[in-house]
Design a protein around this ligand. Structure first.
Ligand code: ZN
Length: 131
């Protein structure tokens, strides 16, 4: 018994592929338009070139990490759609509600587990709880 209907599977698959195309298009567009700016071979102020170049590359790296993670999530979700197991919470094994899947097709956990993960992340990364 598949956890999600064929209709939902088709819809999710379509959205995932669209999102992946969007990300790839955005990366390509930015890479193309940024390429001339990154080449610092113009005779301008040498001292001002470097911090700017560093800032751009840092920024790009940050975005690329985010996009890499998103593309990976999309691939995982597409793989599960094809091989089965999509729509099942990876933490507790319960079915994830359709509305949640449609809102965030790459989601891998139910709302309860997501909240628990976020609480744990806050505990690890954020300031200590002020209770
Ligand atoms: Zn769960």
């Amino acid at each position: 018994m598949p956890p999600i209907t064929p209709e939902l599977s088709a819809e999710i698959g379509k959205r995932l592929r669209e999102t992946r195309d969007d990300v790839l298009a955005a990366v390509r567009e930015r890479t193309d338009s940024d390429a001339p700016e990154i080449a610092p071979n113009t005779h301008t102020f040498e001292n001002e070139d470097r911090p700017q170049a560093e800032m751009i590359s840092h920024n790009e790296e940050h975005l690329a990490d985010h996009e890499t993670a998103l593309l990976h999530e999309i691939d995982v979700a597409l793989g599960k759609l094809e091989s089965g197991g999509y729509g099942i919470c990876v933490e507790c094994g319960r079915e994830i509600p359709e509305a949640r899947l449609l809102a965030t097709p790459t989601v891998q956990t139910c709302i309860e587990c997501q909240q628990q993960i976020e609480r744990e992340q806050e505990r690890r990364n954020g300031p200590p709880p002020t209770i």
